[in-house]
Design a protein around this ligand. Structure first.
Ligand code: SIN
Length: 302
């Protein structure tokens, strides 16, 4: 059996597969299908310092090979999470990643302080396209990325992953800004900003008009960005964007990802995470590779 363990900023995961925040809630529904202990890490739905209702419905729309969402970071707040969800999650032998969101820089700092060291890693969500303040507004400006990363890092008791937005001209500039701010790792990509119009009503399908596109449709963009970021920074990378199969995950790892997140695929098939993990293992075996880390960044360009 090949080694599947990966080390992301000093945190050892038993395998390189985690969940895309926002698609997995706090794991209760998926635990009906497989044990969360099967995953290297579980990245939870975004948490803010105070509860958020999210955006009005409709907030999900199907698109060719993908979905558009405008959920708007709905969550019960960090304190309710600690009280009601964390004790249940702690029974599993997996690493827990809290995705942090807020409207102002102080909000992000506040949620990091509330959570303290009660999870294993933080993921700074400065890439959600569905909110007026915070989210992508921070993640598309290099100066703000550096500043917010610095501020949250200063109070973080666990390694800090910065989740990058693809809705930028140059992803490497954003990656370097996060690195300069003290990020311990990067995750990419969050959703691509999109829109779908109902031709009968002549109105956008989503109440919020626009939303974030995820699913297989975005995969080539995500692989390209992971490759570019790998060339630009030394930080560990968690790659995501349309991963559905083990082969998709291998593509991201060849491009430079140290680990991968599966998200939208789980909405279609609740076993997607297990299928991807098993697919990675099968690829290593078929290719006589002893250690999953050996394939990271080994794409050979023309
Ligand atoms: C949302 O809740 O709007 C989606 C999460 C994200 O895009 O980060």
């Amino acid at each position: 059996m090949a080694n599947m363990k990966v080390n992301i900023a000093g945190v050892e995961w038993k395998n390189p597969v985690t969940t895309g925040s926002g698609t997995f809630g706090f794991g209760r529904e998926y635990n009906e299908y497989f044990s969360l202990s099967e995953l290297g890490a579980v990245c939870l739905k975004a948490l803010s310092a105070v509860p958020r209702m999210g955006n009005p419905s409709p907030r999900i729309a199907e698109t060719p090979k993908g979905i558009l969402n405008s959920v708007g970071l709905q969550n019960p707040g960090a304190e309710a999470f600690l009280e009601k969800e964390l004790p249940w999650l702690r029974q599993f032998d997996t690493k827990l990643i809290a995705n942090l969101c807020g409207s102002t820089m102080d909000d992000y700092v506040a949620v990091a302080e509330i959570l303290g060291d009660q999870v294993d890693m933080f993921e700074l969500n400065i890439s959600c396209p569905n909110v007026k303040e915070g989210g992508m507004a921070f993640g598309t400006n290099a100066r703000m990325i550096e500043e917010i990363t610095q501020k949250v890092k200063a109070v973080s008791k666990v390694p800090l992953i910065v989740k990058l937005s693809p809705n930028v001209t140059d992803i490497t500039e954003m990656a370097r800004a996060a690195e300069a701010g003290g990020a311990d790792a990067l995750s990419l990509i969050n959703t691509l900003f999109g829109m779908k119009i109902d031709v009968k009503t002549r109105r956008p399908v989503l109440y919020n008009n626009m939303g974030g596109l995820s699913g297989p449709a975005v995969k080539p963009v995500a692989v390209r960005m992971v490759y570019q970021v790998r060339q630009a920074v030394k930080l560990p990378i968690i790659g995501m964007g349309g991963i559905t199969t083990g082969e998709d995950a291998i593509e991201f790892m060849l491009a430079g990802a140290n680990a991968v997140a599966v998200g939208t695929a789980g909405i279609v098939d609740p076993y997607a995470w297990i299928r991807v993990r098993n697919g990675i293992e099968a690829y290593l075996e078929e290719n006589h590779i002893q250690d999953v880390n050996d394939i990271v960044g080994t794409v050979e360009m023309h």
